[in-house]
Design a protein around this ligand. Structure first.
Ligand SMILES: [Zn+2]
Length: 272
């Protein structure tokens, strides 16, 4: 599932192509559940001659602010991706919805697994989405002290806390495993047993691995593509994730995979 770096890359590469363009209100939808909250024609009526004024990411959401004060919000879930192309180009396999642009192009949402969702948010709904999520990992307000304070009150295992979007936003299975490996913390350590020194190291590890992944356009294990169709390359830098039975880069012990917090979890049993 796309995490912060992949969603950021997908949002940026979509924004580069359509910020300043106008939707024309036409929608072709072949999987109704992709569009949430409104019937496609009702949503389309709110997009007639409406300019996309910017792009940003919040947690794992792609947000496109529109000139009519609404925000188009998209969640890629497992396999969603955007494609921008000419309206006369053939439909893409697994294409679920296509939004017409006034300049003759279309913004298409392709989604093999069909879990991706797109909706229009009013300002109060946008506020609700913002407040439903925790700190962004690069928020200046997220100091090591604040981060340690988030971990202290809970006996939940650290990996579960890292995956909890109401605590930290945007981290999923890949970057949780990678950050914990870098910080040499066992994924099942109760969060309230993470020392303040370890919390400082862990926050730095989270930011370092996410920054590296952003530089590399995210990770592509199977389906992920950015909005130009390009794969990421962060998978070439994995230290723990997807390295089951391969030697730990630090100590040579074989990386093991177990289930932690209901998720396949990769770690070094020796140095974490
Ligand atoms: Zn090791």
């Amino acid at each position: 599932m796309p995490e912060l770096p992949e969603v950021e890359q997908a949002a940026r590469t979509l924004g580069e192509q359509i910020v300043g363009a106008h939707f024309d209100g036409t929608i072709r939808c072949s999987w109704l559940k992709t569009i949430e909250g409104h019937a496609p024609d009702v949503l389309g009526a709110q997009l007639v001659d409406v300019m996309v004024t910017g792009w940003r990411r919040r947690a794992k959401w792609i947000l496109l602010p529109l000139a009519n004060q609404l925000t188009m919000a998209a969640h890629l879930r497992m396999t969603g991706r955007f494609v921008v192309c000419g309206r006369d180009e053939a439909d893409i396999p697994q294409q679920r919805v296509a939004f017409g642009l006034r300049d003759g192009r279309e913004v298409r949402f392709v989604d093999q697994r069909k879990f991706g969702r797109i909706r229009l948010l009013t300002p109060p709904e946008l506020h609700q989405l913002e407040t439903a999520h925790g700190y962004e990992p690069f928020d200046d307000a997220l100091t090591p002290t604040v981060f340690a304070g988030l971990l202290q009150p809970t006996k939940r295992i650290i990996k579960a806390v890292l995956l909890d979007q109401t605590v930290l936003a945007g981290i999923g299975n890949i970057y949780a495993d990678e950050a914990l490996w870098r910080a040499q913390i066992h994924p099942q350590l109760p969060a309230n047993q993470v020392s303040s020194a370890q919390a400082t190291v862990l926050l730095d590890a989270i930011q370092t691995v996410l920054r590296q992944a952003l530089t590399n356009g995210g990770s592509t294990l199977r389906d992920y593509r950015d909005s130009y169709g390009a794969k990421g390359s962060q998978q070439d830098n994995f230290m723990a994730y997807d390295r089951t039975n391969q030697p730990c880069m630090r100590c040579g012990t074989l990386i093991v995979k177990t289930v932690v917090a209901q998720r396949g979890t990769h770690f070094c049993p020796q140095c974490q």
